[in-house]
Design a protein around this ligand. Structure first.
Ligand code: FAD
Ligand code: NAP
Length: 340
């Protein structure tokens, strides 16, 4: 097993997609699950805080990140079960998510095409049950392999054990910071099984008779490139707020005033409101305050205009939330994690 190579005072600016000027007190790259035993032993002695890092695309980091930042770079691609229609594929937590989606398509394994171009790693995908264009990770997931920091053992959770919800999971909210994900086992299909219900995707594919998974992948990639800022060019963490889910009464009150409200029915008479629409209608699309703003093509995305720090992002996000609350009476909850 490779021993741990701990570095001091490491810049994280190019390791978070918002491009915030964070520095890690200590930093280590994890390339094998076995290294996590050593890491845990060294942290436990002094109760040192640990941030597990993937691609840094769902994080708002402070200037100084105390303790240890461990970037998970565990690689791997292994077919566990190959049946006529179905495939179980184990992928290392440190693999790039989008490249994994591309490779599955190349090899004729289908199901991930709606989740193209989501930045970050495979290991972070279960954290918030990544979702886009009508598909969530949970729809394609068999199990998750983890290192349990409490029992100091390697464990496997079935999809049901992961307690997935809308942008949520056991790992994110039920037992935060307890597990380090080392691999994800995907359940893919060897025959196309397309999910085309999502409005924006259907219209992009209009005119195509029998779309293939590659067509879906291309369409999703096209729409995303046209609507979302490339973090390499303009720092961002994707959608900054979750879509609020409200009860029927609130939905009707808002819709009576704003008939063009964008909302979708959820279970038990509740409604999911498009947070981007709320921010836009609060007059904040393209708004900016110092070094932070909302993206001019998609108000739900907050962007670092160059030299923002966490405090600037936090202040601007609070401003956006306040305006939306005043106008619509709805609370917005940030999606990325603020750390520490
Ligand atoms: P990080 O930001 O590094 O970490 C996120 C959280 O996961 C942190 O709490 C971290 O501690 C934890 N974590 C990371 N790796 C592990 C691990 N191996 N074990 C345990 N914990 C871990 N999200 C969507 O759901 N749908 C989208 O369509 C989408 N589009 C996006 C578009 C853009 C342009 C951007 C910038 C972001 C988008 N996101 C989207 C958000 C983000 O890409 C995802 O949440 C992604 O899964 C985060 O991966 P990451 O590796 O960057 O995680
Ligand atoms: P969009 O197509 O403009 O739609 C706006 C919102 O409406 C989305 O948030 C989506 O909710 C909801 N929606 C649209 N059609 C729906 C349907 N048929 N059923 C239920 N809900 C529907 O959104 P967008 O901003 O361009 O994003 C497109 C997709 O990529 C969305 O799924 C979005 O979640 C995902 N995305 C996520 C992030 C992130 O950081 N989390 C960043 C960029 C894009 P949902 O969000 O629940 O799908």
């Amino acid at each position: 097993m490779t021993s741990l190579c701990m570095q001091q005072d490491v810049s994280l600016r190019d390791k978070n997609t918002l491009g915030l000027p964070a520095r890690a007190e200590r930093y280590v790259e994890i390339t094998e699950a076995g290294q996590l035993f050593d890491l845990e032993r060294s942290l436990a002695q002094k109760s040192t805080p640990l941030l597990v890092l993937g691609g840094g695309s769902n994080l708002v980091l402070d200037d100084q990140v105390p303790g240890v930042v461990a970037r998970v770079g565990i690689k791997g691609w292994q077919v566990l079960l190959d049946e006529p229609n179905t495939l179980l594929l184990k992928v290392g937590a440190g693999e790039n998510w989008h490249q994994t989606v591309e490779r599955t398509l190349r090899e004729g394994y289908f199901g991930l095409e709606n989740l193209a171009l989501i930045p970050g790693t495979v290991g972070a995908a279960p954290m918030q049950n990544i979702g886009a264009y009508g598909v969530e990770l949970k729809d394609r997931l068999h199990s998750v392999e983890v290192f349990d920091r409490e029992s100091k053992q390697l464990r496997t959770f079935s999809c049901a054990d992961c307690l997935f919800g809308y942008r949520d999971s056991r790992f994110k909210s039920v037992e935060p910071d307890r597990y380090i994900i080392t691999a994800v086992v995907l359940r893919l299909s060897k025959v196309p099984d397309l999910q085309l219900e999502y409005g924006g995707l259907r219209s992009e594919l209009a005119g195509l008779q029998d779309p293939t998974p590659q067509d879906v992948f291309d369409a999703v990639s096209r729409v995303r490139r046209s609507k979302l800022p490339d973090p390499e060019v303009l720092g961002n963490a994707g959608s900054f707020f979750k879509n609020p889910v409200v009860d029927q009464k609130v939905f009707i009150e808002i819709r009576d005033v704003y008939p063009d409200l964008v909302a979708f029915p959820e279970q038990e008479g509740r409604w999911k409101l498009a947070a981007g629409w709320l921010i836009d209608r609060a007059g904040l699309k393209g708004a900016r305050e110092g070094e932070v703003g909302t993206y001019e093509k998609q108000a739900l995305v907050l962007v670092n205009l160059g030299n923002a720090h966490r405090v600037d992002v936090e202040a601007f996000a609070a401003h956006v939330s306040r305006e939306v609350k005043e106008r619509f009476g709805v609370e917005l909850e940030p999606e990325p994690r603020f750390y520490p």
